[in-house]
Write a protein that binds this ligand. Structure first.
Ligand SMILES: [Zn+2]
Length: 257
């Protein structure tokens, strides 16, 4: 009889990884994310998480809802400082209905039904080519302790965990954020552009040669660019890619520089 679950070799169990720096330990691959039971329950109910129509096949979202949300957007490029080149950012969708509402409901009100819908959409994201658990980590845009105290949870980290489970790529939280910075929401575009790097620092060297920087919403790309510049400044050989749930709108996309 075939086993239902094939036991996979844990990446960190292997020795002498060619891309690991001395002493660095590749983060553990994760198989479960917070609220995973809610996601499993929603799949078991067989009703679309957006329109609540019943589904004929196992899943979270119906084909009509799926088709109404633009995905597979062309990537945008954000210029990096000095020799950094540019960071390519892929967005799951545009920051417009229903993405904006789902993100707000989850981030600001910890609505689990909104998270389940976002997870359904995250599962449509194709895995970038040549990214494996051995050569890539997902780095979520970090939050500060004061913001954690204010919110009580870290929505970007939770969403990043679902992406990590979906792609089978480990999460790495070695980029940290200085406390005491101004909240970017509420600042205008000019102020955001003038308020980039310096807020981030590396707690350890990046353990892989490729990094996927993840955020929920990208407006100017300044936050992802600042993290990319930090990593490139320390380890110029690391290849970087940005992934976000939403950017701009269909009419007003992110400006490519
Ligand atoms: Zn639906």
């Amino acid at each position: 009889m075939m086993p239902y679950f094939v036991k996979k070799t844990h990446p960190s169990a292997r020795t002498a990884h060619p891309h690991q720096s001395a002493g660095a330990i590749l983060p553990k691959r994760i198989y479960f994310a917070p609220y995973q039971l809610a996601v499993m329950m929603a799949a078991w109910r067989r009703a679309c998480v957006l329109c609540h129509q019943s589904l004929s096949v196992r899943g979270l979202i119906c084909q009509a809802c799926q088709a109404s949300i633009p995905t597979q957007l062309p990537p945008v490029s954000v210029a990096l400082n000095e020799a950094g080149g540019a960071l390519r950012i892929f967005a799951l969708s545009y920051y417009q209905h229903p993405m904006n509402a789902l993100i707000t409901q989850f981030k600001d009100h910890e609505r689990i039904d909104a998270l389940v819908a976002l997870v359904a959409l995250i599962r449509t994201l194709p895995k970038p080519l040549h990214c494996t658990a051995d050569n890539t980590v997902i780095v979520p845009v970090p939050t500060t302790m004061s913001r954690m105290r204010e919110r009580g949870f870290n929505p970007v980290l939770i969403l990043a965990k679902y992406l990590a489970v979906h792609w089978g790529i480990p999460l790495w939280q070695g980029v940290l954020r200085q406390d005491g910075e101004r909240h970017q929401r509420g600042l205008d575009r000019q102020a955001r552009l003038q308020n980039p790097s310096a807020d981030f620092y590396l707690a350890a060297p990046v353990p892989t040669r490729q990094v996927i920087i993840f955020d929920d919403v990208v407006t100017t790309g300044a936050t992802l660019a600042a993290m990319a510049e930090l990593i490139k400044g320390v380890q110029p050989q690391v290849r970087l890619l940005g992934i976000c749930l939403a950017h701009g709108t269909a009419e007003f996309g992110l400006h490519t520089r």
